[in-house]
Design a protein around this ligand. Sequence first.
Ligand code: ADP
Length: 489
Amino acid sequence: MVKYMKFSIKFKSTIFIALLLLFTVVLLNFMVLNGLEKYQQRQYENYLNNTAKNANLFIQQEIGSNNVVNSKSYLSKNGQEFVMRLNTMTGLNMIMYDFKGKQIGSSFVLRNRPDLEKIVEHSLDGKRAYQIIGEVIYYSSPIRVADEQIGILEINYSIKEFIDFYNAIKKLFINVGVIVFTISFIGGLLYFRSFSKDILSLKGTVQKIKEGKYNDVSIIKRKDEIGELSEGIYFMNGKIKNQMIDMEIEHEKLKFAIKKLKEMKDQQKQFIGNITHEFKTPLTAIKAYVDLLEMYSDDPNLIEEARMNIGKESKRLFEMVKKILKLSSMEKYDFELRAEWIQVGEILEDVCKRLKGKAKIYGIKIYTDLQNIMVYVDKKNFIQIFMNLIDNAIKYTDADGQIHVKAYKHEDKVIIDVEDTGIGIPEDLRDKVFEPFFTVNDDRSRKISGTGLGLTLVKEFVEKQNGKIYLLETSNKGSIFRVELPVEK
Ligand code: ADP
């Protein structure tokens, strides 16, 4: 994998600004120095042209005032003198050549100057030419008298001052460049530090979202694009957070639904198994009597016994079928529940009244302590729940026993306790009693127990009303079944 060196935005921006300024300085330097050079060139070209013109004029005057017939040989003879005079007049060193290029005069004390044949050659052709070597300009120009070239004058001109000035300006620019770069680099670093601080903070925010820490995300308060970006990220974070929560809830629901489905499937299997088993017992008994009757059809005692037992078993079967139908219809026809506001105390009083007759037969007394609380439930279901619970309490309580039915409000719930002084339920079967077809398998219970569907039905009813039912207490001195229903709609 190729790994790139990573530079921060702060560093990159600073370098960019510093280089931009440096480039400006370099460009300015180039333009100014170029202009300066051209200006200097024009200056010394003009100066040298004028000097050469004046020197030519001086020679013309000399020739004119002396009535010279042959200017060329006159110049050759007086070349050295002319050069010396011109040197005195201008302060410049000069060399004079005749029309063939032979030196005829020089103001130089020492003869150590570069070879300048080329420019001399140029001037032999009647042109002006110059060459810069080191700090000196070697300028040569033809000497003319009445349109005839009679020689060449070479002027040596020092441009040290120009070069010094030029170099001083160049140095100034280099210094300015270094100062500008340093200042802009430091200034840039300081300026971009605050800027990049917020960008780093945004980067941190994005990292937090990546890690799912949605609650740690905050907004950077700035009135520019970074501020807007931060607001956008904050808004997005909110959306992602909500979606994640929704997804989690959906996920939980799905998990719960799958669990429920599995449970239901198991329950259904168990239920069918139980039905088959429970149906078998009375059916076996009925079949046995039918077989016996076939064999001893004229035994009046058997007929009487068979009639009684077949009647009892078929009643048991009928009861079972009734309850099974009720259970299955509850699962299928949810919408048939019709909730309404009812007075808990009033209805329970009524239920107890209806069961007092049965209780009296068994020598049991029912006491009530009921507050009048309004709940929003299906009235029929509510009656069914307590009919079953109080009926069980009567069934599993010995003579002279007592049943207490209490109703009161606690927080946002109504609590209804059905308490008896009956035989109780073994501790380890406390939850099992709500399972379909479950009956406690001891002598006393077996004598009275019915189909084992009553509490299953009760639990189903209570849960349909968003309530809870549980066995609060149980011992050989009695049991308390508690129902909790929500008071709010
Ligand atoms: P059943 O028709 O057998 O009464 P239930 O579902 O109503 O069926 O009750 C299941 C079993 O729980 C009963 O067979 C009985 O053994 C036990 N039971 C229910 N209520 C009481 C109670 N109040 N006291 C003691 N045992 C009880």
